[in-house]
Unconditional design. Structure first.
Length: 107
């Protein structure tokens, strides 16, 4: 299931970035490349540059994770969840949407 988690995290980040582009009235390119999407947003939201490292990490799960032969690790899935959360939080702030509910950490 780690592959699926990683893929869904990449998709979540992609949809958030594309959502901001829609709100800006910009054309939304048909791409899974999160860095390309980020570059379109930086002129208006330069603070989103802080997401670049996480977006570069998530890009690897856009296509390969959907096909046999790719096996994400538990550590990759955990990192993908963290980065997707960071992207979601930053994009929700830009969009003026309330923050996501934080999960409680188990003791």
């Amino acid at each position: 299931m780690h592959d699926l988690v990683c893929f869904c995290c990449q998709q979540s980040a992609e949809k958030y970035l594309k959502g901001i582009l829609v709100e800006l009235g910009q054309n939304v390119p048909r791409t899974h490349n999160l860095e390309d999407l980020l570059s379109l947003l930086l002129p208006t939201y330069p603070h989103l540059a802080a997401l670049r490292r996480g977006l570069k990490f998530l890009i690897q799960f856009a296509v390969e994770a959907r096909y046999p032969g790719f096996h994400a690790t538990k550590a990759q899935a955990a990192a993908a969840l963290r980065w997707a959360g960071c992207v979601g939080d930053a994009c929700r702030a830009v969009l003026g949407v309330r923050p996501r509910r934080q999960r409680r950490k188990s003791p």
